[in-house]
Design a protein around this ligand. Structure first.
Ligand code: MUC
Ligand code: MG
Length: 370
């Protein structure tokens, strides 16, 4: 069952509003998609989307495309599409790093294989335990009144009741005041968390987290630099509010180090950051064996990466912190023939073969970067 085509596409899709993170403001998201077609005619899709060019991770949309086209696609064409783990091992021997690119390729191969077997991807990843996943929304307009109005709208729509606030751009005091104003405006059934995206040093984190904990915030994501595991461990020991590792988790080795050092209460599981679905599963297993809670993270991917992560998260017995798989909702354009279903605060995990989604080819062609 030979692989005939490996194609990489970049789609530039405007966001519904500017999305402000500590390191970058996102106005347009560049989705990086990989399509793998085999001689049986089955087409698998994967995604390698990152945030803000090179401002979040060390792979950019353009480097991902170039490295797949020049270095990884030739290792796949002509090979047996069904030998997914063997193909990924061969790529692993020839290509250092490039976790996002590897993730997209592995996702496309697994999507195709699950279609071939006539089963949802989640069944290939160990077996589905959930058909729907709680899904958070990120409030990142930077404006308190606008964030409160947006949260209220999401509650009224019954789309989200978990909110993550992006902070770290302003003075600690100012950011904390913003978060606590949003917290006070919403009722107690709503979960409010923050993501600092590494913006604080340890002393700022001590001040900020103490105030957030006292104000009833449920989790603090990546408060300090990704490499400062000892600092993360000190904060995790010191505070009862959950400390979440995100940028610190670049695959299973990091998961092991974080678990050994007790450097997080929660892991944000991201398939791209982990280097693929199999590696992300290892990260999750490391957490589960170490008593660390799970959260389904996003790199603000479109429908393909979101569906792939949902299939993986559906296999976890406990997902105490839910997911933030809202990426497609941040985009102005729908690229699926049937959109992913968000209902009653949950994302429904697709149940057709493979990823269980269909791409709108006209939309893909219209958004594709030339
Ligand atoms: C991150 O750091 O978690 C996820 C949600 C969001 O708004 O930004 C991303 C990246
Ligand atoms: Mg984060």
């Amino acid at each position: 069952m030979k692989i005939n085509i490996v194609e990489t596409l970049i789609l530039d899709v405007p966001a519904v509003r500017p999305h402000r993170l500590a390191m970058v403001t996102l106005n347009v998201q560049s989705l990086v998609l990989v399509r793998i077609v085999s001689e049986d005619g089955i087409e698998g899709w994967g995604e390698a989307t990152t945030i803000g060019g090179l401002s979040y991770g060390e792979e950019s949309p353009e480097s991902i495309k170039a490295n797949i086209d020049r270095w990884m696609a030739p290792l796949l064409v002509g090979q047996d599409a069904r030998r997914v783990s063997l193909l990924m091992a061969q790529i692993g021997r020839s290509v250092q790093g490039n976790r996002f690119a590897k993730c997209a390729i592995e996702t496309a191969l697994l999507d195709a294989q699950a279609q071939r077997l006539g089963i949802p991807l989640s069944e290939l990843l160990g077996g589905r335990q959930h058909d729907a996943l709680p899904v958070a929304w990120t409030l990142a307009s930077g404006d308190t009144a606008q964030d409160i109005a947006e949260a209220q709208k999401m509650l009224d729509l019954r789309r989200h009741r978990i909110f993550k606030l992006k902070i770290g751009r302003r003075e600690v005091q100012e950011d904390v005041a913003h978060v606590l104003a949003v917290r006070r405006a919403l009722d107690d059934t709503v979960s409010v968390r923050v993501d600092v995206n590494q913006a604080w040093d340890e002393r700022q984190a001590e001040r900020g987290i103490a105030a957030l904990e006292a104000g009833g915030i449920d989790a603090v994501e990546q408060p300090i630099a990704a490499h400062n595991l000892a600092g993360l461990a000190r904060l995790t020991r010191r505070f009862s509010v959950a400390i979440m590792a995100d940028e610190a988790l670049k695959g299973p080795q990091d998961a092991l180090a974080l678990a050994v050092q007790g450097a997080a209460d929660v892991f944000s599981i991201k398939i791209t950051q982990s280097g693929g679905l199999t590696a992300a599963r290892q990260v999750a297993e490391m957490a589960q064996l170490s008593g660390i809670a799970l959260y389904g993270g996003t790199m603000l991917e479109g429908a393909i990466g979101t569906a792939a992560t949902a299939h993986l998260c559906a296999t976890f017995s406990d997902l105490h912190f839910g997911t933030e798989l809202f990426g497609p909702l941040l985009l102005t354009e729908e690229i699926l023939t049937g959109p992913l279903v968000y209902r009653d605060f949950m994302l429904q995990v697709p149940d057709g073969p493979g990823l269980g989604i269909g791409l709108d080819q006209d939309k893909v062609a219209a958004l594709r970067r030339r």
